[in-house]
Design a protein around this ligand. Structure first.
Ligand code: BG6
Ligand code: MG
Length: 235
């Protein structure tokens, strides 16, 4: 039987650690409204995980708006970001999603390293507002990466900084673009959210409350796992 390593857990931020995905949607919808078109939650799904400027381009395309100058794009993106930051002002540690603290605690007690891998330039602000930065060994975000998800860059950089091989990493993602990026990085990935939208993930759950590190490995059929000694009987 094969023993698989699980040395690091790499988390997306928006919609995985904190429920900020709803604020992104609210701000994009408001911008679409100003521009004169409706923007649905299902259209918004494609924006999840991708960078601010790429999200803007997708939004404009959804509204049939073409031929936008670079200057105008910058103005629209920063308007959206100002609204988004207004919404973020209400964030508190209570906005950390259910099961996250518990799951992180279980990882730490087993010596598994942890990282954030986010496309967001607002990641440092969000982490500070919910006061969760100390629970992660490494943070890689939109301020340091060049290529956005589904490019694997953000995940590979996190693994490099953690000094863990990609194959020993498990990624947690709520966006199809992020799931794809993790797969391209050669990592295993758990989708957090709707299984139909995250079909490429190795497994999908709706909440961290449904996960613990041992069940995670059994979900994906890793047998003969011996890494954590006496925890093998946990659910
Ligand atoms: C991702 C979000 O985490 O960050 C996207 O899923 C967002 O919706 C992207 O567009 C960039 O975020 P920000 O905060 O830099 O605009
Ligand atoms: Mg996300």
């Amino acid at each position: 039987m094969q023993t698989q390593p699980f040395e690091a857990a790499i988390f997306d931020l928006d919609g995985v650690i904190v429920d900020t995905a709803k604020f992104h949607y609210k701000a994009w919808k408001r911008l679409a409204g100003e521009l004169g078109f409706a923007f649905s939650e299902s259209e918004n799904e494609q924006l999840k995980g991708v960078s601010r400027m790429e999200s803007l381009d997708l939004l404009l395309r959804a509204g049939g708006i073409t031929e936008v100058t670079t200057e105008r794009r910058e103005v629209l993106a920063s308007r959206k970001n100002e609204w988004y930051k207004e919404y973020l002002a209400t964030l508190t540690p209570a906005d950390v999603l259910p099961g996250v603290y518990d799951f992180l605690g279980q990882l730490h007690s087993r010596g598994i390293k942890t990282a954030i891998a986010s496309a967001s330039k607002n990641a440092p602000l969000i982490l500070e507002k919910v006061n969760i930065r100390p629970l992660f060994d490494v943070v890689v975000d939109g301020n340091t990466i060049v290529r956005a998800k589904p490019d694997p860059e953000v995940f590979l950089q996190a693994a490099r900084l953690l000094d863990v091989a990609p194959a020993a990493c498990f990624v947690f993602e709520d966006a199809a673009a992020g799931v794809e990026g993790a797969i391209r990085a050669g990592m295993r990935v758990a989708g957090i959210g709707d299984a139909r939208l995250l079909a490429r993930a190795h497994l999908t759950v709706t909440s961290f409350e449904q996960l613990n590190p041992v069940s995670l490995l059994s979900y994906i059929g890793v047998t003969g796992f011996t890494g954590w000694g006496d925890c093998a009987n946990e659910q």
